[in-house]
Design a protein around this ligand. Structure first.
Ligand code: MG
Length: 388
């Protein structure tokens, strides 16, 4: 068994939304395909994945460095002991050859896309959903009845109004979601409190609504918001300051009685180790949001989960960032706390196909082989274009 082709395409994100720091109008995502010489129904088996949302496509790093290394590797050096599957760890080691440690930036997302495509490929070779392949590989049962889910949205739009936010969350509620997440920090505190109160008219209670500052706040602002939102008893207060300012995170955790969440912009095990040691994260309470697609893939992500567990945290405290099918399969396969969904934004990647049952606060994947990306209507044309 060998790889016969590796392709990448930069897919633009649809829509014009912004959080406190970034407009997504110019963002794109690297979609990759790894084609093999294994034939099913006369067609080659192809593994697909992408590098999650928020860090742009990584076409240059993929085409100039990572893909050539994978193409030039001896075919057998990429296979597991049985020879029937690809070994994601060996693939990761191959594509990172001659790369220095540290400085985990865009490279981590580029590697994540390729490593995750290997999981899609392996699941298709076994003709099973990726969460089954994942739970078997890591010796877990898997949460096959589904994982906790919430609808993420509540961005700032050029035509900003609290009514728009209410209408957006109403639409998510009609899709079956009963918990929500919205952005803060893109307006002043008074305006944001008005937005939170508007969102609560749909969420019903604070534990059904999380807020996300996208790393914007300095310590003073972070503490002012913490004090102001405490009476709402919100689900969590997310990515409060700079993702690498563990001291700020610790000081907010010491001052704020509610749950905090962070980690989506940490791309390596050592970064997560520093968060657990110095970030004030509280076992049994706070939320870890690392995202395999931004962080070298599932091999590295599973090591992050091992690491937080070794520091007294529970994997139920892990809610991967991203709100898409790949992370749903990972959350189910690794028995994580849950995952987000982007039902209204970040198309064609965000949200889940209609076959994924959403209800009772849970979402579960379909029985499609692999990550089931082919079931996503808006994504299928891009997959088809990569297969040709
Ligand atoms: Mg976030």
């Amino acid at each position: 068994m060998r790889i016969t082709a590796i392709r990448e395409i930069a897919v633009p994100l649809e829509g014009n939304v912004a959080n406190a720091l970034v407009s997504f109008a110019e963002h794109d995502v690297s979609l990759v395909a790894i084609e093999t010489d294994v034939l099913r129904n006369g067609k080659p088996v192809i593994g697909y994945a992408f590098d999650s949302i928020g860090r742009y496509a990584q076409s240059g790093i993929l085409r100039d460095r990572l893909i050539p290394r994978l193409k030039s590797a001896a075919p057998d050096s990429l296979l597991d002991a049985s020879g029937a599957l690809f070994d994601p760890e060996k693939v990761l080691r191959t594509i990172l050859r001659n790369e220095k440690p540290g400085g985990h930036g865009d490279r981590a997302a580029a590697a994540g896309a390729l490593e995750l495509a290997v999981w899609d490929l392996n699941a298709k070779l076994k003709d099973e959903p990726a969460h089954v392949t994942i739970s078997r590989h890591f010796g877990r049962q898997g949460k096959r009845n589904g994982v906790n889910v919430y609808a993420a949205g509540g961005y700032y739009y050029p035509e900003e109004s609290t009514q728009r936010l209410v209408d957006e969350f109403k639409a998510y509620r009609e899709l079956g979601f009963d918990a929500f997440k919205m952005k803060i920090g893109g307006a002043d505190l008074d305006k944001d409190l008005a937005r939170i109160e508007a969102a609560l008219t749909i969420a019903g209670k604070g534990q059904r609504l999380a807020v996300d500052a996208n790393g914007r706040f300095d310590l003073g602002t972070a503490l002012a918001y913490a004090e102001a939102i405490t009476p709402y008893d919100l689900r969590w207060y997310e990515e409060i300051g700079d993702p690498l300012d563990f001291d700020l995170n610790r000081q907010v955790a010491e001052a704020y009685s509610g749950r905090i969440a962070t980690g989506e912009n940490l791309f390596s095990v050592p970064d997560v180790k520093n968060l657990t040691l110095f970030g004030g994260m509280r076992p049994g309470k706070d939320i870890f949001q690392m995202d395999a697609g931004l962080a070298y893939g599932l091999t590295e992500y599973s090591r992050m989960i091992d690491l937080i567990e070794s520091h007294g945290f529970d994997r139920a405290q892990a809610y991967p960032h991203g709100g898409h099918l790949i992370n749903l399969h990972i959350a189910v396969g690794l028995e994580l706390g849950g995952c987000e969904a982007y039902p209204g934004v970040f198309q064609p990647f965000g949200g889940y196909p209609s076959g994924c049952g959403i209800g009772g606060g849970l979402v579960r994947p379909t029985d499609a082989a692999g990550f089931g990306l082919e079931e996503k209507d808006a994504l299928r044309p891009w997959l088809t274009s990569l297969a040709d």
